[in-house]
Design a protein around this ligand. Structure first.
Ligand code: AMP
Ligand code: MG
Length: 349
């Protein structure tokens, strides 16, 4: 990134398009979120098809942009910069958002700000809850990590070694015949089923390795459990509700164990939960108990800012822009595996 002098601008428009969601948000420089509009690509069947997701984003971009400007009630010429999710994420999806952002920035003759998607999830959590210097569990469809700020960057204290927590839930749910609906992601459907279970805990793989965890074996075992023949005399049959319950208990206990160890190590005074899976009440309960045991406050990002959204990109864009960090078009290519611990965050003292 290149440093420039701060301008007198007041609003940043942020574009999020890293996976299945296309979102546009508008934030002012003091942290007021003026707009947060989005539309999700819902696959006909199976998981996210990157090219289909990109096509969806291109189709809705115009109307979501318009909606966001209407919601914020500001004219494009009042914008001081355009922020976009530069990575990590799916290439075709990211590129669509980046193309829209470049076109807007060039047309309006204002700077472009490439934002790290994971940093944005942490920053929106801090803004909307008031959490100060938290240890953060960021759990979503594409990422699962425990981070905290140290020496200029968000450092990773533990993370998944394979699939993300949300992805584990989504793949299991699809195998179980659940379908995502607008406003009801598969993770939320699993949560509802688990709430209606008999709470019979089925033993499933629990894999924590040092400070990291692995969810793929758990996913395979939970899926196989679904396929146990109901007529078999030697193997018990399980209701879908109980499998959902057991999957949640194992997966959430694993991320909670890593989070607790990081909390004990860092002695942070606030634990923040952010990302799409943050909406889950059972995960919230487990983490709030851990926070209590370690005399830390517990904060959860509000639901509308938990899942991927444009407001988090807009807000993080203002933070970067205020520190003179802009992204020249020539350096605005997307970064599919851009780790959170590779990003300088000079706005944090
Ligand atoms: P994101 O990747 O941040 O957009 O978040 C999407 C992920 O959050 C998907 O994997 C969803 O299944 C998951 N998710 C959303 N709501 C819930 C919930 N209530 N419980 C568990 N997972 C959820
Ligand atoms: Mg998403």
């Amino acid at each position: 990134m290149v440093k420039i002098a701060r301008s007198d601008g007041k609003y940043c428009l942020g574009i999020e398009s890293s996976a299945d969601d296309f979102g546009v948000g508008i934030a002012d420089f003091d942290g007021t979120l003026l707009a947060n509009c989005s539309d999700s690509y819902i696959p006909q069947e199976g998981g996210i098809h990157p090219r289909e997701a990109a096509r969806h984003h291109a189709e809705v971009a115009d109307s979501i942009l318009q909606q966001a400007l209407n919601q914020a009630d500001i004219k494009p010429n009042k914008l001081s910069c355009i922020a976009f999710s530069q990575g990590p994420g799916l290439g075709p999806s990211l590129r669509t958002g980046a193309t829209v952002a470049r076109a807007l920035a060039a047309y309006l003759e204002i700077p472009l700000v490439g934002v790290n998607h994971s940093v944005a999830h942490i920053e929106i959590g801090k803004l909307t809850t008031g959490a100060q210097d938290p240890l953060t569990l960021y759990a979503s469809g594409g990422n699962t990590m425990v981070t905290a700020y140290t020496a200029g960057r968000y450092r990773v204290f533990g993370e998944t070694l394979d699939i993300a927590l949300g992805n584990c839930l989504d793949v299991f749910g699809r195998e179980a015949g659940l379908k995502a609906k607008q406003g009801l992601p598969i993770g939320a459907a699993i949560e509802q089923l688990a709430q209606n279970s008999q709470q019979t805990l089925i033993s499933l793989p629990y894999v924590v390795k040092g400070m990291d965890l692995s969810l793929s074996g758990l996913l395979t075992a939970a899926t196989t459990t679904l396929q146990t023949p109901k007529t078999s005399t030697c193997q018990p049959s399980h209701s879908l509700e109980d499998v959902c319950y057991s999957l949640q208990e194992h997966a959430f206990a694993m991320v909670s164990e890593v989070t607790e160890r990081a909390l004990a190590h860092t002695e942070k005074k606030t634990l923040l939960l952010t990302g799409g899976v943050a909406a889950n009440k059972r995960l919230q309960t487990m983490l709030s108990l851990i926070a209590e045991e370690h005399n830390a406050a517990f904060s959860v990002v509000p639901k509308q800012y938990a899942t991927d959204n444009g407001a988090m990109i807009a807000w993080t864009g203002t933070l970067a822009y205020k520190f003179g960090l802009i992204t020249p078009i020539a350096k605005s290519m997307v970064k599919l595996r851009w780790r959170v611990d590779k990003v300088d965050v000079p706005w944090i003292q």
